[in-house]
Design a protein around this ligand. Structure first.
Ligand SMILES: *[C@@H]1O[C@H](CO)[C@@H](O)[C@H](O)[C@H]1NC(C)=O
Ligand SMILES: *[C@@H]1O[C@H](CO)[C@@H](O)[C@H](O)[C@H]1NC(C)=O
Ligand SMILES: *[C@@H]1O[C@H](CO)[C@@H](O)[C@H](O)[C@H]1NC(C)=O
Ligand SMILES: *[C@@H]1O[C@H](CO)[C@@H](O)[C@H](O)[C@H]1NC(C)=O
Ligand SMILES: *[C@@H]1O[C@H](CO)[C@@H](O)[C@H](O)[C@H]1NC(C)=O
Length: 379
C-alpha cells in the first residue's frame, strides 16, 4: 500500500494561513435536489428491544449500544422507496469542471447543511472549496434526518445497513443518467466523503460494493473509537428537547440535551465560539437503531476495496483520536492499514487544535487543502 504521510500542519496555522492557501470566495452554484431510491437491506433484529414509548428503556438501550453493544437476534429484510433530499453544488462557469462528484455524508446530530459551514462563511464551506477545484458536490440527508419527508421506525428501519444500501443506489443513479438521477448529468468518478458516523458506514459500503466509490475521504473518524466518551453524550428524545423542531417524532429519535456537553464533545482546540452555540440551537438527531451499532458492529474491515483512502481527524477529537499529534497519527495510520488493507493509496492528516467537527474549526481550510492535495494525485 502506498502511504503518503502528511506532516503535522501546525506551522501553517496562524498568520501564514491566509497566504498559504488560495482564496475560496467564488462559491459554486447550489440548488436543492431530491432522489427517489428503492432499497433493500438486511437490518439487525435486537434481542431485547426497548419499548418504543418508554424513554428510560430507549436511553438505556442507546447507552448500551454506544458502549458495549446490544445483544442481537439475527436480521430481517427491510425495503422501501425512500426520498433522499440533498444540496447539489457545481463549479461556477469560470472553473474547469471535473467529471467527478463528491458525495458528502453527515454524522450524527447533523444533516446536509453542516457541509456548508452553518452560515459562518466559506472558510467552513466544503462545497465552495471543492467547487473551486472543479469538483461537483452533493451533500445528502441520511434517511430519517434533515428535510427528508419520511420519519421511519427509528429502531428497526433507520440503521446503518439501510443507509449503506440507499447510498449504494444513490451512487448507481449518479454514475448514469438514470431516470432517478436528480442531477442534470451522470458522473464518471464518485468520491465518498464522510464525517463521523458518515465515515463509519463507509467501510461497510466499500466492502459490500468495492467499485461504488472511486475514493474515500473520511473525516472525524478512526477505528479506535473512545466508546466511554461516546456513551457520555446526554441524549434525550428530540420531541421532548425540541418539540417545535421535531413534532410527533418517535422517542427513538434522540438529540443532545446539554449544550455544555455538546461543545466539550464536538469542539476542542481553536474555533469560533459562536459556532457551537448556533449549532446546538437546531441540532439534528440520532436514532436508537443507528446508535445500537456504534459500540461494536461498525468495526468492519473493507478488504477488497482498491481505491484510495484519506483520513482527516483532529488531534483533539475526543471520540476518535488522542493527543499528542504522534499518537493521533499512529491511530490514523493503523486505521488505514487495518480497515483498508487493499487500498490503492492511503494518506492521513491530523490537524492540531481541532476537535470532532473537523470542518467547523479554524483549521478547516488547511484540512480541506490536505484532502484536495491528496485527491489531486488520483483525479
Ligand atoms: C419504563 O421502563 C422502566 C425500565 O424498564 C420501567 O422501570 C418503567 O416502569 C417503565 N415506565 C413505564 C411508564 O412503563
Ligand atoms: C417502489 O415503488 C414501485 C413503484 O410504485 C413499486 O413497484 C415497488 O414495489 C416499490 N418498492 C418497494 C421496495 O417498496
Ligand atoms: C451538562 O454537562 C456538563 C458537562 O458534562 C455537566 O457539568 C452539567 O452538570 C450538565 N448539566 C445538566 C443539566 O445535566
Ligand atoms: C439541519 O441542520 C440545520 C443546521 O444545524 C438546522 O438548522 C436544521 O434545523 C436541521 N434540520 C433538522 C430537520 O433537524
Ligand atoms: C480488521 O483487521 C485487523 C488487522 O488485520 C484485525 O486485527 C481486526 O480483527 C479486523 N477486524 C475485523 C472486524 O475483522
Amino acid at each position: 500500500m502506498l502511504t503518503s504521510h502528511l506532516a503535522s500542519a501546525a506551522f501553517l496555522l496562524g498568520a501564514s494561513l491566509s497566504t498559504a492557501l488560495p482564496a475560496t470566495t467564488s462559491a459554486g452554484q447550489c440548488s436543492p435536489v431530491s432522489f427517489k431510491l428503492s432499497a433493500t437491506a438486511q437490518n439487525t433484529v435486537f434481542a431485547s428491544p426497548p419499548n418504543p414509548n418508554n424513554e428510560t428503556q430507549i436511553l438505556n438501550f442507546i447507552t448500551q449500544g454506544l458502549s458495549t453493544g446490544v445483544p442481537t437476534a439475527g436480521t430481517q429484510t427491510v425495503s422501501g422507496n425512500f426520498t433522499i433530499n440533498a444540496i447539489y453544488c457545481k463549479p461556477s462557469p469560470g472553473t474547469v469542471s471535473r467529471d467527478a462528484v463528491q458525495i458528502l455524508v453527515h454524522g450524527i446530530l447533523y444533516n446536509k447543511t453542516v457541509w456548508s459551514g452553518l452560515g459562518f462563511g466559506d472558510q467552513y464551506n466544503w462545497h465552495a472549496f471543492a467547487n473551486d477545484r472543479g469538483y461537483h458536490t452533493l451533500a445528502i440527508d441520511r434517511l430519517g434526518h434533515g428535510t427528508n419527508p419520511q420519519i421511519p421506525d427509528p429502531l428497526n428501519v433507520v440503521q446503518g445497513w439501510l443507509h449503506v444500501e440507499i447510498i449504494h443506489k444513490l451512487i448507481q443513479a449518479v454514475r448514469t443518467n438514470a431516470a432517478n438521477n436528480a442531477l442534470d448529468r451522470g458522473f464518471g468518478k464518485v468520491i465518498y466523503v464522510g464525517h463521523s458516523y458518515g465515515s463509519q458506514i463507509a467501510p461497510w459500503l466499500a466492502r459490500n460494493y468495492p467499485s461504488d466509490a472511486d475514493a474515500l475521504i473520511l473525516t472525524g473518524y478512526s477505528n479506535s473509537p473512545n466508546v466511554a466518551t461516546i456513551a457520555s453524550l446526554q441524549y434525550r428524545p428530540a420531541v421532548r428537547v425540541k418539540p417545535q423542531q421535531f413534532p410527533g417524532y418517535p422517542l427513538g429519535y434522540v438529540t443532545q440535551s446539554n449544550a455544555t456537553q455538546h461543545t466539550l464533545n464536538f469542539y476542542t482546540g481553536t474555533y469560533d465560539p459562536a459556532i457551537p452555540l448556533a449549532d446546538l440551537r437546531f441540532p439534528d438527531t440520532v436514532t436508537d437503531g443507528e446508535a445500537s451499532a456504534l459500540g461494536g458492529q461498525l468495526a468492519f474491515n473493507a478488504t477488497g476495496y482498491t481505491g484510495p483512502v484519506f483520513i482527516a481527524t483532529g488531534v483533539n477529537d475526543v471520540f476518535f483520536c488522542k493527543t499528542p499529534v504522534a499518537a493521533c497519527e499512529a491511530i490514523l495510520a493503523a486505521t488505514g492499514r487495518d480497515v483498508f488493507p487493499t487500498a490503492g493509496g492511503f494518506g492521513y492528516f491530523a490537524p492540531e487544535q481541532t476537535g470532532h467537527d473537523l470542518s467547523l474549526h479554524y483549521s478547516a481550510p488547511l484540512s480541506l487543502c490536505k484532502v484536495h492535495e491528496f485527491l489531486e494525485g488520483f483525479f
